[in-house]
Write a protein of this length. Structure first.
Length: 135
């Protein structure tokens, strides 16, 4: 029933928009955690020296930061949050497309109901479709 779908779409859209907003928040929190973990590890490593007694280069520090277990775990968490955000964005897009389709379908039905010729043609088309199924 199209009326039921018209009633459900706003609630579905609100629900998935809220879910998406929560996912964006989780992603931003995870991203901040990654940046913090990077900064903490970088700060600790910047005071270390290599085996020759020289300060580590920026490239060497960055490489060690990438290898740090805590940094790696926070980076994975951020990537998971980003994937969830993308998944929920897809759901919002699906419900939005459903809304647009229902609006278009409703307009088509209104035209069908107001014009007797269109109404008859649509009925004939539906009848032919029932009699001649497409394979």
């Amino acid at each position: 029933n199209i009326d039921e779908h018209f009633r459900k779409v706003p609630a579905e859209l609100a629900y998935y928009n809220q879910q998406y907003a929560d996912a964006v928040e989780a992603y931003l929190v995870a991203k901040a955690a990654v940046e913090r973990a990077h900064a903490v590890e970088y700060d600790q490593l910047s005071s270390e020296v290599d085996e020759k007694g020289k300060k580590l280069t920026v490239a060497a520090i960055e490489a060690r930061v990438q290898l740090d277990d805590e940094y790696y775990e926070t980076k994975l968490e951020m990537l998971r949050a980003e994937a969830e955000k993308a998944r929920l964005r897809g759901k919002v897009d699906v419900v939005s497309a459903k809304k647009e389709m229902l609006i278009s379908l409703g307009a088509h039905i209104r035209v069908e109901m107001s014009d007797p010729l269109v109404k008859t043609q649509a009925a004939n088309k539906r009848e032919r479709a029932l009699l001649e199924p497409e394979y």
